[in-house]
Design a protein around this ligand. Sequence first.
Ligand code: ADP
Length: 385
Amino acid sequence: MAPQPTVTDGSCVVPEWYPSGWRLVRAGRGPGSSGASTDRPSAKLALMTEAAATTARSSNLPDKPRIFSGIQPTGRPHLGNDLGAIRNYVALSEKYEAIYCIVDYHALTHVHNPEVLRRQTLEMAAALIALGLDPDKCSLFVQSDRPEVTELCWLFNTVTPVGWLQRTPTYKEKRANQPEDVNHGLLTYPVLQAADIVLYKASLVPIGRDQAPHLELSREIVRAFNARYGETFPEPQAVYTEAPVVLGTDGVKKMSKSIGNTIEILAEPDVIRKQVMSMVTDTQRILRSDPGRPEVCNVCQMHRHFGADYREIWEGERTARTGCVDTKKLLAERIIAHYAPARETYRALMADPLRLRRILDEGAERIRPIAQATMTEVRERMGLR
Ligand code: ADP
């Protein structure tokens, strides 16, 4: 059964619920997965979700539903990050009360060099702002600047069965990726994610459809807490974002830093030219006079995002009026021109780390009352005060 969208608007679809496939996989595992009625939020929790968007909001924040997303501090973003995620963050911050967190605590599970972590955290912050996130329209902050989340994570650990975490596909994947460093943080990673979302009483989380299982575990942890200590948190719900999957310069795999097939949109123009010129095009087009197949050519597909005339460009390829090299050169120049203002802003921010830190500090300060109110409530419910 496909999820039933309740809101559809431009880039975002807010679903009523998750794909049934996942519910079947999880059936019987958690306190909230034992029957049909608990597959959906109870009427009370649904009301709380609604209410959380209004009552947990502090007066200096805009009057919109609250959305939360965490972003890994992976340094300067690539084209896939922008088209696949950052553009959506910007769009969502217009419509929702958006809280965006650069998750340096999470990054510690695999980044162990303090200088690298510090630099990449600032690079990600500068890049997000340069690519359009307006810190006045959202709360952009660094996870460790609101350490309340580590306390909530510990408290959530005590309601989360180890088996749930051990069965998480991402845990298995991460273990396989770093067999020499299977630290406890990898196991607890989803608990910290759950704490991140609900500490700020966010009711909505923007995710791609493939990420629904991650959010489902957060929901189960919240259900486990509510079942033991009374209904405290709304179960976070997904805002499904429609985003393209951008293939890398190899034309086969998803663009990713770990594979090294990226186009670094904020890099110097010459770096971008080199990366774009290295792109694999239609492998069946051998001679300049061979007709191209724009529908399978990654360069042609990328042109969709950089000009309304992409169909004309495709036609040129199809009729061999233009060659792959021409099409790549044009793409490189368009990417360079498109990101030129962002590149300037990024440079200026990186040259002024104090200003950047101030912006991030302001973001963390703005959400402090929400985090503190949540922790007071939670401590009381758990018998800590
Ligand atoms: P990377 O490690 O390559 O920087 P991440 O896994 O940290 O990528 O992803 C950060 C965000 O960017 C995620 O929301 C992810 O879905 C999105 N993203 C990453 N690569 C791509 C891609 N090639 N196409 C579309 N979205 C992408």
